[in-house]
Design a protein around this ligand. Structure first.
Ligand code: DGY
Length: 329
C-alpha cells in the first residue's frame, strides 16, 4: 500500500468519520447528496486506492474490471449485496461492511412497522389530517393487535434475534423462526421454535424478514408463499426489497389475501411496484431502518476503522470475503 492512499467517498457522510480517515489518507468526497451516476462512480473508483460506497452504488464485475488501482472496498452498510464480492475476491480486493451498530435501530423500526400496520396508524393519521374523523364508533378503524400472537422470523441473525427479543419480552409474542441453522440461544431464552418456511407462513400473525439478499433469497416471498399466510397476518420487510416479489405482494394486499404489509425496502428501490402506493393496508417507508443520527454516525466510524486498519496493515475487521483472501495491503 502506498503511503497516503486516496479514498473515494461516494456520498456525504458524518464529518467525524471523514476526519478520522483524513488523518491517514487523502479523502475525495463527492459532496452531492444524491445517487451517483455510473460514469462518475467509475471515474472516481478508477482514481482511488480505497472506495467507500453506499448501498445504492453497484460495484459489479464490469466496474471492478476497470479499476486495477483499487485495493479495498469499505462498504457503508451491513448489507453488501451492492458489491460483487466474488469478483472482488478473485481480484484480491477485500470488502468490509458495518454490522452490529445498526442492529437495535433496525429492529426498532421493524417493531414500529408491526405496530403501525396492525393498528393502522398511517391510514388513520390521514383520516385526521383530512378532517374526515366522524367521531368514535365501536366498529371503526379496527386492526389486529400483536400481543400474545405468533411472530415468524425469517432469518435469525443479529437483527432478527433482536426483533424476536423485543416482540417476546415486550408483547409476549411466541416466536417461530426459519433459518439455516438451529439457534440454541433464542430457543432457550425466548422459547423460539425452528420450523420450515411453509409452517412459519401458515402459523405466524406477523412475518418479519431479516435475510441478506443473495440469489437464494430473491423472491423468497412470492405468490405461493403469500397464499399460505393467514388473511389476518402482516408482512414486514426491513431487509432488502427483492426478497419479496413486490407485484405479487400488491396483488395479495389488493385482494386482502393478507391484512397488511410494512415495508422499508423495495424491489426496484427507489421505485415502487405499480399500485403499491395506493394501498391503505401498506405502510411505506423510504429505507430508514438505520436512520438515526447516532447509528448513521456509528456506521461511518466503523467504515473509517475498517479503512484505517487496512492502511495500517492490521487484521481487517468486518471483512466479508470468504477466508483466505489473496492479496494483502
Ligand atoms: C444496511 O446497512 O444494510 C441498511 O440497509 C442501511 O440501513
Amino acid at each position: 500500500m502506498i503511503k497516503r492512499p486516496v479514498v473515494f467517498v461516494t456520498r456525504p457522510l458524518p464529518q467525524a468519520a471523514l476526519k478520522a480517515i483524513s488523518k491517514y489518507a487523502t479523502v475525495r468526497l463527492r459532496k452531492t447528496d444524491s445517487i451517483i451516476p455510473r460514469a462518475e462512480l467509475l471515474a472516481g473508483a478508477k482514481q482511488c486506492d480505497i472506495l467507500l460506497p453506499i448501498l445504492t452504488d453497484k460495484i459489479d464485475d464490469a466496474l471492478l474490471a476497470q479499476t486495477p488501482r483499487l485495493k479495498l472496498i469499505a462498504n457503508y452498510g451491513a448489507g453488501y449485496n451492492n458489491v460483487d464480492v466474488e469478483s472482488a475476491t478473485r481480484r484480491g480486493i477485500p470488502v468490509t461492511n458495518t454490522p452490529d451498530v445498526l442492529t437495535e435501530t433496525t429492529a426498532e423500526l421493524a417493531v414500529a412497522l408491526m405496530l403501525a400496520v396492525s393498528r393502522r396508524l398511517v391510514e388513520t393519521d390521514k383520516v385526521m389530517r383530512a378532517g374526515n374523523y366522524p367521531g368514535w364508533g365501536p366498529l371503526m378503524y379496527l386492526g389486529h393487535g400483536i400481543s400474545g400472537k405468533t411472530l415468524g422470523v425469517i432469518g435469525m441473525g443479529r437483527i432478527g434475534t433482536r426483533v424476536a427479543e423485543i416482540a417476546h419480552h415486550g408483547f409476549g409474542m411466541h416466536v417461530l423462526y426459519y433459518t439455516k441453522h438451529k439457534e440454541r440461544e433464542v430457543e432457550l431464552s425466548l422459547g423460539a421454535r425452528k420450523v420450515g418456511l411453509s409452517t412459519l407462513l401458515r402459523k405466524a400473525d406477523v412475518v418479519t424478514l431479516h435475510v441478506p439478499l443473495i440469489p437464494q433469497t430473491k423472491h423468497l416471498i412470492s405468490r405461493k408463499q403469500l397464499a399460505l399466510m393467514k388473511p389476518s397476518a402482516y408482512l414486514i420487510n426491513t431487509s432488502r426489497g427483492p426478497v419479496v416479489d413486490e407485484a405479487a405482494l400488491v396483488q395479495a394486499l389488493t385482494k386482502r389475501r393478507i391484512a397488511g404489509a410494512g415495508l422499508d425496502v423495495y424491489e426496484h428501490e427507489p421505485a415502487m411496484a405499480p399500485g403499491l402506493a395506493k394501498l391503505s393496508n401498506a405502510v411505506l417507508l423510504p429505507h430508514i431502518g438505520s436512520a438515526t443520527i447516532d447509528t448513521r454516525t456509528a456506521m461511518a466510524m466503523v467504515a473509517a476503522k475498517n479503512i484505517i486498519a487496512f492502511i495500517q496493515r492490521r487484521s481487517l475487521p468486518n471483512c466479508v470475503n470468504p477466508p483466505r483472501l489473496v492479496r494483502s495491503a
